[in-house]
Design a protein around this ligand. Structure first.
Ligand SMILES: [Mg+2]
Length: 436
């Protein structure tokens, strides 16, 4: 009664990418000294939210309590989750996939489906080799590893990527589905929860192959529409379409600073917001992202928060581009006489900055120039420490010392600024402006 499931090898090619220990891999990519060490994230929640493969090898599992980890596995490094950075890596991953195929589904923060049907000729290689190229590109550009599964449907591709991990590459061709399903337990099938599995087991089924060998009417009677879809998917028939909608909500960078004592000094509060902007832009540029939107929020010392948002005419991650907008927004929000305790900047609508286009009335030479300046500033700050070079109003951050106003601010600041410039032989940067 067992019939051949598929004859043709690749009527359709669906690729599933699953990052290996995603959160901890990202941590290891940003802090190379963590590589090869057992690390976990989730310190802020008190339970393990992700464990590196080194930690998994020790026996650490997701959702284990941190006190248990600390007791049983001394020496494990516990980190706070940094979802913003994970989201940026996720975004970069999806951007890479879109270079290989326009049809990408962002399934979760660390998983995606990709329809690569008919793209062998474009990439001059076989479907498994496209998977290999994706793995190499992600490794090279993001310094994390992914496991890839390729098959005729989403369900099969997802089973394939789980088959070998980490760094696995598994392709299930039409004629191999049969053998693969024979070795697949029911609980491994995408969409089969524990209740469904025990129901199927009551009918004497053990493997995914047992399920697809039942007539489709049987699957429908027992499990309804979902049963039919899974039955088709497992036979290599494409029942689940890709959802190609690009998820934008998670792609934002926020930087906030709470200062004590609170302040009603307009220059000082603006300088804090500008410093937030510098940090946010620095982060965006580090990951080659540009923002479409900025939000500025100010929190008063009575914990009342007001915010205002603005869209850019062109995506950017350059402080010099955004500062005039920030200043405008700041003027709108800041109330004289009001004391503030926190500033926050959110850069949102992040996108790959290589897609940037110049605005119609913009001088491309000027844009390229400010890009060069931004890159130079990044380099200096990387070498000599964060905020070695900063926008002039940032000088007002030093107006106070232990909450008391300094007397000779001006002299002190000029000397500091000049010495940095002289030391680095930098020309004067002509984007200094006053906040008055
Ligand atoms: Mg994963």
């Amino acid at each position: 009664m067992t019939e051949q499931i598929m004859i043709e090898s690749w009527p359709r090619a669906i690729l599933h990418v699953d990052c290996d220990s995603f959160f901890t891999s990202v941590e290891q990519a940003i802090n190379p000294e963590l590589k090869g060490k057992p690390i976990i994230t989730g310190a802020e929640r008190g339970i393990v939210s992700a464990a590196s493969c080194e930690a998994k090898a020790l026996g650490i599992k997701r959702a284990m309590s941190l006190s248990e980890v600390a007791e049983k596995f001394p020496g494990v490094i516990m980190l706070q989750s940094d979802y913003e950075t994970y989201s940026i890596f996720s975004k970069r991953l999806f951007d890479i996939l879109r270079r290989f195929s326009p049809m990408v589904e962002e399934y979760s923060i660390d998983e995606a489906f990709c329809d690569i049907t008919g793209l062998r000729r474009v990439h001059h290689c076989s479907y498994p080799d496209i998977g290999k190229k994706i793995q190499e590109t992600v490794q090279k550009e993001l310094d994390i590893t992914v496991s890839v599964g390729i098959s005729l449907s989403k369900s099969l591709a997802k089973l394939a990527s789980k088959y070998r991990k980490p760094k696995g590459l598994t392709a299930i061709r039409g004629r191999e589905i049969h053998t693969f399903l024979k070795n697949t337990d029911l609980q491994k099938v995408w969409g089969f929860g524990p209740n469904t599995v025990s129901l199927l087991q009551k009918h004497g089924l053990k493997t995914a192959l047992d399920f697809v060998n039942k007539p489709i009417e049987w699957a429908e009677k027992l499990l309804g529409k979902i049963g039919v879809e899974i039955w088709m998917e497992l036979r290599g028939q494409y029942a689940y379409k890709l959802n190609e909608e690009e998820k934008k909500t998670y792609a934002s960078i926020s930087k906030a600073k709470t200062f004590t004592p609170s302040s009603s000094d307009v220059d000082y509060v603006y300088a804090q917001a500008l410093r937030n902007l510098e940090s946010a832009c620095m982060k965006a540029r580090r990951y080659n992202l540009a923002a479409n939107k900025i939000t500025l929020s100010l929190r008063t010392d009575e914990f009342h928060t007001t915010g205002v948002e603005m869209k850019f005419s062109r995506p950017t991650a350059m402080v010099m581009d955004i500062a005039p907008t920030l200043k405008m927004l700041f003027r709108e929000l800041f109330k004289n006489g009001q004391k503030y305790r926190q500033t926050q900047i959110v850069l949102a609508g992040l996108q790959d900055d290589t897609e940037n286009q110049f605005g119609l009335f913009e001088d491309p030479v000027k844009v390229v120039k400010s890009e060069h300046i931004s890159n130079a500033i990044d380099e200096i700050n990387e070498r000599f420490g964060k905020h070695t070079v900063f926008m002039a109003p940032g000088l007002y951050l030093q107006r106070y010392f232990n909450g008391r106003k300094r007397k000779s601010l001006r002299n002190q600041l000029v000397i500091k600024g000049e010495s940095v410039r002289q030391h680095l032989r930098l020309p004067l940067l002509n984007y200094i402006f006053s906040t008055r």
